[in-house]
Design a protein around this ligand. Structure first.
Ligand code: FAQ
Length: 317
């Protein structure tokens, strides 16, 4: 039996009609609580991913092999910070408190992308992160430019332009390594071996294990399912690996004439859930780094607040 009052039912009906007509939902529009909650969850996780994602690469800024690579890497890491900030602003438009959202990351309550719990141990990892991780991120995020929530969709347009540069710089860096000495090529292959499967995991659990997908697709927050995007990523990336002369670490990877896609081996979902639950190689280190950054930057925030208060007092006086 449906116990909802008529006006709520009517509001929900009109809301879905708007979505079906591709009209964007804006912050002051009426929206179901669950739609708001889903967006706060997804966008804040996305923001945390961008910020935590700065750590593995930031670690290599001082060790980039030349000035050009260093400038590019510095620009990329700064872009990720910018993405995090747009996304936190977008979360605020939904009425969420920014500080509370960030505290949820530090307390371990909030999730962020599993991929950033793997270490970047060699310079080839930096090219590989650009190529595979940013490549996977774009595959997912281009679709988010058409998300039904206006502020998120518009933020994603700029983010995708920058992610596209990130992917290209990663690929270009790997072209250099793969055409370099045998040791450099082996380093690129080793990075590929370690990052391939975690990159496929970025798209989330398979469709039949994804509790949020059905409703998010109906609300047009998500436009494609996790498996559809993962397949598109594999299909797009295999020819790129061939250009680089790198072997994808999957003996079952092969072109399927019937489906028009590449077949690939099952994903190790135990590993994925272990990493998501906090037991990946770098989870502890990542949260410690973010908490330390917050503590060390506290004096700046306190000084800014004190200055703002002083100015406000002066004005009233
Ligand atoms: N890691 O029901 P679903 C980047 C969670 S940005 C950890 O399928 P949904 C840029 C999921 O939250 C990368 N947790 O969930 C960059 C849910 O948990 P909950 C981040 C994951 O939301 C590059 C549960 O599993 N991109 O890389 C993951 O419908 C280089 C069940 O899953 C985004 O955040 C995972 N991989 O679909 C930066 C894009 N996958 O909340 C620096 C926006 C799933 O119910 C360097 N997000 N979970 O407790 C999305 O598109 C979606 O949220 C999905 C997951 C597709 C990630």
């Amino acid at each position: 039996m449906n116990m909802k009052p008529m006006d709520l039912q009517e509001l929900e009906k009109r809301f879905q009609e708007k979505i079906d007509k591709e009209i964007k939902i804006e912050p002051n529009d009426w929206m179901p609580d669950e739609y708001r909650k889903t967006l706060i969850r997804q966008i804040s996780q996305h923001a945390h991913s961008e910020i935590v994602g700065m750590l593995p690469e930031g670690n290599w800024i001082t060790r980039a092999p030349n000035l050009r690579r260093k400038a590019v890497l510095l620009a990329k890491v700064q872009d990720e910070a910018g993405h995090g900030l747009y996304l936190y602003s977008s979360v605020e438009t939904l009425g969420a408190d920014r500080e509370a959202t960030i505290d949820d990351l530090h307390s371990g309550k909030a999730k962020y992308s599993s991929i950033f719990n793997y270490p970047a141990v060699t310079w080839a990892d930096i090219g590989t992160i650009g190529w595979l991780v940013d490549g996977a991120a774009i595959m997912n995020q281009v679709a988010l430019c058409r998300c039904s929530y206006g502020p998120y969709a518009r933020g994603m347009v700029k983010i995708c332009k920058e992610e596209s540069f990130h992917q290209r710089q990663g690929f270009e860096s790997l072209v250099t390594l793969c055409n370099g000495t045998p040791t450099q090529k082996a380093m690129a292959q080793d990075a590929m071996n370690r990052f391939w499967w975690p990159s496929l995991m970025m798209f989330g659990p398979s469709d039949d294990e994804s509790p949020n997908s059905a409703q998010s697709m109906k609300w047009k927050i998500k436009r494609f399912s996790n498996d559809e995007l993962r397949q598109s990523f594999v299909d797009a990336t295999v020819p790129q690996a061939e250009i680089l002369g790198l072997t994808i670490p999957d003996p079952n990877l092969k072109w399927n004439e019937e489906t028009g896609h590449y077949d690939f081996s099952p994903i190790n979902w135990d590993e994925f859930w272990q990493v998501v639950k906090g037991n990946g190689p770098c989870n502890k280190e990542r949260i410690e780094a973010r908490t330390k950054a917050k503590e060390e930057g506290m004096w700046v925030r306190e000084a800014a607040m004190a200055y703002a208060e002083k100015r406000a007092l002066k004005k009233t006086a």
